[in-house]
Design a protein around this ligand. Structure first.
Ligand SMILES: NC(=O)c1ccc[n+]([C@@H]2O[C@H](COP(=O)([O-])OP(=O)(O)OC[C@H]3O[C@@H](n4cnc5c(N)ncnc54)[C@H](OP(=O)(O)O)[C@@H]3O)[C@@H](O)[C@H]2O)c1
Length: 165
């Protein structure tokens, strides 16, 4: 399993149910990395998607404790165990954890890699990703050059889990 996320300087990821910033190039790389793969998300992240529709050409798994929740063209799971059962026959490298905070925290120990887009800016925020620079299980293995979008600079960082469950 792999994580894909964008974070600010403080490892913040969201505010009032939305992303902190939409950067077209980052959206494009998210699409490319997850295209044709399995994406796992929390119910709140699903409901924050622009059209409240599953992401096209991906197997969408939505986590909720609501047993009656259903979405066309998506698989609904009621627990982490159910996600593991559902994805048992998938190549683990093809499963992307796409948020939000609760789902990232829950799956972090099971992920081999994290693709982190780091914005060099602080935003007002109410949801966060664990700081991998302070987590001894995770090591930064790749860092892109600095990129620009309008007045924002950002970079793509890849971390690997040295202690995957
Ligand atoms: N920067 C990024 O890359 C990025 C990516 C994704 C999301 N985000 C942001 O993150 C924020 C949302 O994060 P969040 O933590 O509030 O919500 P979330 O993780 O998207 O969803 C939380 C929901 O998942 C379900 N859930 C959680 N644990 C569960 C479990 N053990 N079993 C079954 N279901 C479970 C619950 O749904 P029910 O309440 O229905 O039971 C819970 O309310 C938004 O602001 C979003 O924009 C940022």
């Amino acid at each position: 399993m792999k994580i894909i996320v964008s974070v600010d300087k403080n490892w913040a990821i969201g505010y009032k149910g939305n992303l902190l910033q939409r950067v077209p190039e980052d959206m494009k790389q998210f699409k490319e990395k997850t295209w044709g793969k399995v994406v796992v998300m929390g119910r709140l992240t699903f409901e924050s998607l622009p059209k409240k529709e599953p992401l096209p050409n991906r197997t969408n798994i939505i986590l909720t404790r609501d047993k009656d929740y259903s979405v066309d063209n998506a698989i609904v799971c009621n627990s982490i165990e159910e996600v593991f059962k559902t994805t048992k026959f998938c190549n683990a490298e093809d499963i992307f954890i796409i948020g939000g905070e609760k789902i990232y925290k829950m799956f972090l120990p099971y992920c081999s890699k994290a693709y982190i887009t780091k914005f060099h800016k602080e935003y007002p925020a109410d949801t966060f990703f664990p700081n991998l620079d302070e987590n001894k299980n995770w090591r930064l293995i790749e860092k892109s050059e600095e990129k620009k979008y309008q007045d924002l600079s950002f970079e793509y960082n890849t971390y690997e889990n040295l202690n995957k469950i």
